[in-house]
Every structure is written in C-alpha cells, then in structure tokens.
Ligand binder design. Structure first.
Ligand code: BGC
Length: 697
C-alpha cells in the first residue's frame, strides 16, 4: 500500500473510533456537548416542525401519529428524537394509523376541574399513573400536561383543563398528577407558565399582574408542583406577562423558576412558531415547538456573529440532552401498543365518581329508588360530553351516555323521550371541521321539547332528569349569553319539565355536564336535585348512574366558587366577556394590542379571586361556595388540633350511609385539605394534614 493511502485509511478509522466512542449516555453529556457541531446544537433546541405535529391529520408517517411534536435527533451521537403528546384528560394521539392493524385509543379521563373536585391526591396520582402508562405503551416520552392555570374567571375557555381558583388545591392536585405520570418513566410538561387565564387573543394578550399577586396566586401552584413533584419540563404560555412573552422572560424562567424554586428540568415554548429566538435562549427557554428550520439558521448565524453567546445555547442543549437520557425512547423501551384500557376505564370511572358534586338534594330526592322509571331530557343525556375540545381532546374508545349508564344500573329509561332525542341527534350531528378528527367537535344543538311528549313522559315516568351541557376549548373564551347563562330554550325546558312533573308529585333532577362554572342562582329553586357532573370522561354515564342510584355516595366538593351573578366577580371588570371576535385555534392578532381585555388585561382585582373575595365582609353572597358539596350521609368533624405544621382532625360518619368527607383548613385561605376513606355509619378517621407554609414550602 502506498504511504498516502495508508495514512488516509488510518485517519478514517480514527474518525470511526471517535464517533463510536461518543454515543450519548446519562453520564457523558459534557462530552457529547463538545462533540456537537453548532448546527447540531441549534437543531436540538428547535422542535421537529409542523410535519410531526400534523402527521395524524394527513396520515403521514411518524413514530406516533397524532402526537403534538417531536425533537430532532443527532444519530451520529446516539441522540434520538423524542415524542411529545398532549393531555391532560388522557393521551392525545390518533386512534387509527394508515396501514396498521388495530386501534390506538386512549382512555378519556375526567377533566382537570373534576379531578380537583375529588380533593383526593392519591386518586389523582392513580389517574396520572394510568395516563403515564398509556403514554409509555404508545411510545410517548413527554405528556404535555397537566394544565394548571388558575380559574381567574369562569369564562376562560380552557378552565376545564385546569384545576381550581385556589393555588394550593391546584398545586397539590398537579403534583399528584405529575408524580403519577412520572412514576411510569414518562415526563410531564406543566403548563401554561404563567398567567394564561384567557383564550381571547391568546398569542398576544398581555396579562398585567402586580408581582405580589402573581406570586401568591398565579405562580404559587407552579411553585408547589415544581418543588413537590419535579416535573421534567415546564411549558411557557402563549401570552405576554407584564409586557414580555413568557417564553422570552428571563426573570420568570431563570430567576424565579430555576434560581428561586430550584427547577432542574427543561422549559419549552407553547406551540407558538417563530418568536424572538435569541431572547428565548437568553431567557432559558430550551426548546422551541413545534420548530422551524429558520430558527436553526438564525441561531447558527447569531452565534457565528457573536451576537449570541454559544454558552447560552449550550445551557439549553445540555438541558435537552438531560431530558433525552431520561426518556423511554432513549432507554430503548419498545411500546407494547397495548395498554390495559379496561383497567384504566375503571380508574376513570372511580375518579368521576369521586369528583362529581351534589349541589342540591331536597328531601332525599336522591338516591333514586331501584326500579325508578326515568324520563331523560336534554341532548346531553344521550350525548354526554366527556371533555372539552382543542389539544385537551382525547380520542377515547367510547363515551357512556347517561341513558346507557342508567340502564346498566337497572333503571328504566323512558323510550319515547329517548327516541325523540336520538332522532334529533341523528339529524343534527356535532359539526365537523377538518381538524375535528384531531381536536374534537362541539356538541349537537339542544332540542325544544314537544309539549305532548313531555306530558306523556310525566305520566309514564317516576322522575325526570334534565342534562344541560356546555362545550368549550382552546382558542376561544366562553360567552355570557347561552353559555354562562342558560339559554331561553333551556330555561323553558326546565320550567316545563318541573311544571309537568311537580304537578304529578314527581321529582326533577338537573345534571350539569359542563367544563366550567355556569349561572345557577336564578333557577336552582326549581328542580329538586342538582348534580354537577363536570365533563366526567368516557365512563361518565356509569359514574353518574351509580351516584343517582346510591351505589356511590357523592363526595366531590367545589374547587371553584359559583357566583350569583357574573358581574359579582371582581375579574369580570377586566375580562373579554363581550368580545365578538373569532374564537379559533389561531384567535386574535397583534393589531388588537391596544384593545383593553383583548390586547392586554389588567388584573385589577389583585388577590380578590374566588373565595378570597367572596369570604370578605360585605362581599356579595354566592350561589355555591368554594368547597361546597352534599353527601347522602352526615359527618361531624372534631376541633382541629395543631402541632407545629400538622393539624389533626377526627371525622365521624353520623349518618346511615357509608361515605367520604373532605376537610378544608382555611386560615383564612386554604392551608391544608384531606379526604377520609370510605367511612361506614358510626365510623371515624383521624386525618393528619400538613399546613402549607408559603415561607417554607
Ligand atoms: C396548546 C398546548 C398544547 C400544544 C400542543 C397548544 O396550542 O396551547 O396546551 O400542549 O398546543 O398541542
């Protein structure tokens, strides 16, 4: 061999040896970092693009069609792409794949507001674990959940994904959810950080919040989840916060989140597309989703021109690598594609049963005696809404409507009324758009009730149940008319049904199948019972029926106040309740930046959110307070005994039915809470509750 050729061969084999040596491991991140080219580094902080996000809609090939996004791989260094998928009420992926046998449905769990209504963090942890397991077994590395913005105003279109008006309940519930998901070796992304409390003009709206209010209400829940559960990632929000886009806010992402709270994970953007790339890196936002090639080019250019220090980019890349090495994909997990959906459906049902809230029950209207003949009214009875729309939509295998649930529980459902509603739904199916396969569709419209049918039903049935439903979702806020308030048709239905049934000495129960708070004060005197079912997930009809029958004793309590009047809420002075613009995934525009409540929203109410305001002296009365909920039994709680940061409370079931009780320690804000196990009549349990101490969390 000639000398030159020999040298070349030796040189090439040297490169081979080098490349082989440097393959990403959990303990060689520094080495990998120094082996990456600038372009590779830039590519690691920019998501894999719209193609990965839209693969489900267009049937393109992708590791997990329907996942929201991916990162980019660097194969020569053993860095795989990882898969990010939405929640929170289950894993959002496409249920069918081109050319694949079988289906890929995910369990539809109850919405966030219902989970918070359980006040049972160990149950929420079980829900999280089941969701994490489905993510794992379908090939997802990071679940983009939980959503945990504060319910500042009932009209926020995404409140259903979120937990509560109270930061402690929100933070503790989120922490349980995160622990559950991450116990399966899958990451979470707690979102949307921060003060993302309206959907109107969501890409541009500037939340103007004084720092003390921000810390006490809108950041506190994130602080709790970060400190107690260590989420692998945090998702910045779409909105601006005090003038700065959160994904570009160094104070928020580095000073507060990392330096003050000790967050060790990765921060990603929401699905914003292109913003100020350089500002994001400098702020400590590590991953831009869904990601565009132009962002990579810009980063390379800026570092080369020394406009962006490479060290700042390196910090973000390091956090991407630290995340990657934790994922199932990196660890070589082979998804079975067969999670135990049957077992998870049971958990979904149990969660719904624990979070459904009994708001009214006059003279023992409920539970219904066995064999009761029920006339079921309202489209929602036959087309129960399991959850909301948008990225929080879950492709679940089925939804049990209330008629089916009641039949499963042995009740007779009036067939004539059922026939009328089913025919109406057949003729008025939910409106579909090209994205509804991905993001869900709005419900069918309500049906006016034929007078004769109502009279016949009142003769033939023993009891009436009327379901009122509300659907909302990402990209738009709810409205006052026909949404927060009942529509004229609904009011007439309620009055007519109560008129017909009460005239015959028969009872009426209203079921609220809603994602957020609705007005109740003006009509709650009419029916004999009211049940807040929220959007209870795929097993909703079964869960409701088991509560109606008394097989399950209701133990849900409100995580949010139900005001008498929308305008009693201090935040209503600064919320776009009368915005007439478009509500869609891309709602809003920069052009509206000067429009109050659209371009910017002043959090003038300060700390006066929910019960913090309504429990003040002189504040207006509420329809149902925070923490409210009835049971089929009665409880007595002993005096709380304080021992340092621990409170002991003994709860006794003083009634005749087994049930669970929730204990709230308010001082004057929520400091601790807990739920008993199922206590039989006469049984007691002593709860030991840890007081939350904001100065020493
Ligand atoms: C939503 C996020 C979601 C993301 C990915 C965004 O539009 O705001 O909550 O995780 O899309 O689907």
């Amino acid at each position: 061999m000639k000398k030159g050729v020999l040298i070349l061969v030796l040189f090439l084999s040297g490169i081979g040896a080098l490349a082989q040596d440097i393959i990403l491991r959990a303990d060689n991140i520094d080495e990998v970092l120094s082996a990456l080219t600038l372009k590779e580094k830039a590519s690691l902080v920019v998501g894999a693009g719209y193609k990965s996000m839209l693969a489900g809609v267009f049937g393109w090939k992708a590791p997990v069609p329907g996942a929201a996004g991916m990162t980019r791989p660097v194969p020569r260094l053993g860095i795989p792409a990882i898969v990010l998928s939405d929640g929170p009420a289950g894993v959002r992926i496409e249920p069918k794949r081109k050319g694949a046998e079988g289906t890929f449905y995910c369990t539809g769990f109850p919405i966030g507001s219902l989970l918070a209504s359980t006040w049972d963090t160990s149950l929420v942890e079980r829900v999280g674990q089941a969701i994490g397991n489905e993510a794992l077994e379908y090939g997802v590395d990071i679940l983009l959940a939980p959503g945990m913005n504060i319910h500042r105003n009932p009209l926020c279109g995404r409140n259903f994904e979120y937990f509560s008006e109270d930061p402690l309940l929100s933070g503790k519930t989120a922490a349980a959810y995160v622990r559950g998901v991450q116990s399966e070796g899958v990451g979470t992304s707690v979102k949307h950080f921060a003060a993302n409390n309206q959907e109107t003009n969501r890409f541009w709206n500037d939340s103007q919040v004084p720092e003390d209010v921000l810390r006490e209400i809108y950041l506190r829940n994130f602080e709790i989840v970060v400190k107690e559960a260590g989420p692998w990632t945090v998702m910045a929000s779409y909105n601006r916060l005090n003038g700065v886009h959160t994904q570009e806010d160094r104070w928020l992402l580095t000073d507060v989140l990392r330096s003050e709270w000790g967050f060790r994970g990765l921060v990603m953007t929401d699905w914003t597309g292109r913003r100020d790339t350089q500002a994001q890196i400098l702020a400590g936002c590590d991953l831009m989703e869904p990601g565009e090639q132009s962002q990579i080019n810009e980063l390379v250019r800026k570092v080369k021109k020394a406009e962006l220090p490479e060290a700042a980019l390196d910090s973000c890349v390091r956090r991407v690598l630290e995340l990657v090495v934790k994922t199932p994909t990196f660890k070589g997990h082979r998804p079975s594609l067969m999670p135990d959906l049957e077992a998870h459906a049971v958990i979904a049902r149990e969660a719904a049963e624990e979070g459904i809230v009994l708001l009214k029950n006059d003279e023992g209207t409920l539970p219904m005696a066995s064999g009761t003949r029920v006339a079921l009214f309202g489209v929602g009875s036959y087309q129960l809404l399991a959850g909301g729309t948008g990225s929080g939509h879950v492709h679940r295998p089925y939804v049990v409507p209330l008629d089916e649930g009641l039949a499963n529980e042995g009740f007779q459902v009036n067939e004539t009324v059922a026939g009328l509603y089913k025919e109406h739904i057949r003729k008025n199916p939910p409106k579909k758009s090209f994205l509804s396969g991905m993001l869900g569709s709005p419900a069918s419209p309500e049906m006016a009730l034929p007078h004769d049918a109502l009279e016949d039903a009142a003769d033939g049935a023993d009891m009436a149940v009327l379901t009122l439903c509300r659907q909302a979702g990402e990209g738009g806020d709810r409205h006052l008319e026909d949404d927060f308030l009942l529509s004229t048709m609904e009011k007439e239905m309620l009055a007519d049904i109560c008129g017909a049934f009460h005239a015959r000495g028969k009872r009426v129960v209203v079921v609220l199948n809603v994602g957020g708070v609705v007005e109740t004060a003006s009509w709650k005197a009419l029916p004999d019972g009211i049940i807040l079912a929220w959007q209870p997930g795929q097993e909703g009809g079964n869960a409701l029926a088991r509560i109606l029958s008394g097989r399950v004793c209701p133990s849900g309590r409100l995580p949010v106040t139900f005001p008498v009047d929308y305008f009693d809420l201090p935040s209503s002075a600064n919320f776009p309740y009368d915005y007439k613009g478009r509500g869609s995934m891309t709602s809003g525009s920069k052009r509206e930046n000067d429009v109050r409540n659209v371009g910017y929203t002043v959090y003038e109410e300060g700390l006066d959110i929910g019960y913090r305001y309504f429990s003040r002296e002189g504040a207006p009365a509420v329809s149902y307070p925070f923490g409210y909920g009835l049971s089929y039994t009665t409880f007595e709680a002993g005096e709380p005994e304080y021992d340092g940061d621990t409170v002991r409370v003994t709860v006794t079931n003083t009634g005749l039915t087994a049930g669970k009780e929730v204990v709230l320690i308010m001082d004057p804000v929520l400091r601790a809470f807990g739920k008993t196990r199922l206590l039989g009549p006469g049984e007691s349990e002593t709860l030991f509750l840890e007081l939350y101490n904001a100065n020493n969390p």
